[in-house]
Design a protein around this ligand. Structure first.
Ligand code: HEC
Length: 224
């Protein structure tokens, strides 16, 4: 009699344990945190967060690594100020000039033309109008002004700040000013800059290196 009861209890327990088993659903979970992350998901909705939004904007004043704040405003006055006083902060080397030429061909030539005369392929095909020549005397194109226009764009020209780094923008500036000088029949801007840089450096010391604004790794050289 005891045996029969024991067997009966065992059967009931085993049926109880297996009856709810469903092969298609996940089975017992011993450490659910390992299956379902408790941390908020990037685009998730969570009541505890402001606007129930996990994906929030960075805190105000956040500066991305390797990015330097640009102090001129996106206004007519800001552009005039940059045109007048913002100076190139990258050493003029053959490498920078060559890279600037390449970047110009990628980002600017389709509108401004290989020569900077405003005759890019989009203009020739009449897809885009109103593109000036860099030599346009009414425009007074300078290093600071060109950099500023790349940062913010100008009317129908878009900003190129997201596609290019600060160093790349200055490299493009070098090429634009060389194109402008060539259009005007003057000696290359980069050559005249190199000459004036050399003479001012010779006055101080033979081996001083100009400050180069570039990526972090490149900036680790000692300050002079
Ligand atoms: C989609 C066509 C287009 C592209 C691409 C483009 N630009 Fe322009 N750019 C224009 C137009 C249009 C203007 C004239 C804007 C105006 O004055 O209203 C202009 C004006 C300029 C000026 C004159 C600004 C001034 O002070 O008057 C400069 C310098 C310039 N662009 C440089 C560049 C450089 C450098 C690049 C590449 C990084 C570039 N542009 C790419 C269309 C373009």
């Amino acid at each position: 009699m005891r045996n029969i009861i024991n067997i009966g209890v065992l059967i009931i327990i085993s049926v109880g344990l297996t009856s709810c088993f469903n092969k298609k659903a996940p089975n017992y979970r011993y450490m659910p945190n390992m299956y379902t992350a408790t941390s908020p998901k990037t685009n998730g909705e969570y009541e505890i967060l402001p606007n129930q939004q996990a994906n929030m904007l960075p805190a105000e004043g956040t500066i991305p690594r390797g990015w330097k704040p640009y102090e001129y405003e996106n206004t007519i006055e800001g552009k005039a100020l940059a045109t007048a006083e913002l100076k190139i902060s990258l050493e003029i080397t053959d490498k920078n000039l060559a890279e600037g030429k390449e970047l110009y061909a990628i980002y600017c030539a389709l509108c401004h033309g290989d020569k900077g005369d405003g005759q890019g392929i989009l203009v020739k095909r009449e897809k885009f109008l109103g593109i000036p020549s860099y030599a346009d005397p009414g425009r007074n194109i300078t290093e600071g002004g060109t950099y500023h226009v790349m940062m913010f764009g100008l009317n129908s020209m878009g900003s190129h700040a997201s596609q290019t780094s600060e160093k790349e923008r200055w490299q493009i500036v070098m090429h634009v000013l060389d194109l402008k000088a060539t259009l005007n029949g003057e000696p290359l801007w980069s050559e005249t800059q190199k000459d004036s840089m050399m003479t001012s450096l010779e006055m101080v010391s033979e081996d001083i290196t100009p400050i180069v604004i570039g990526t972090e790794e490149e900036n680790t050289s000692e300050e002079h």
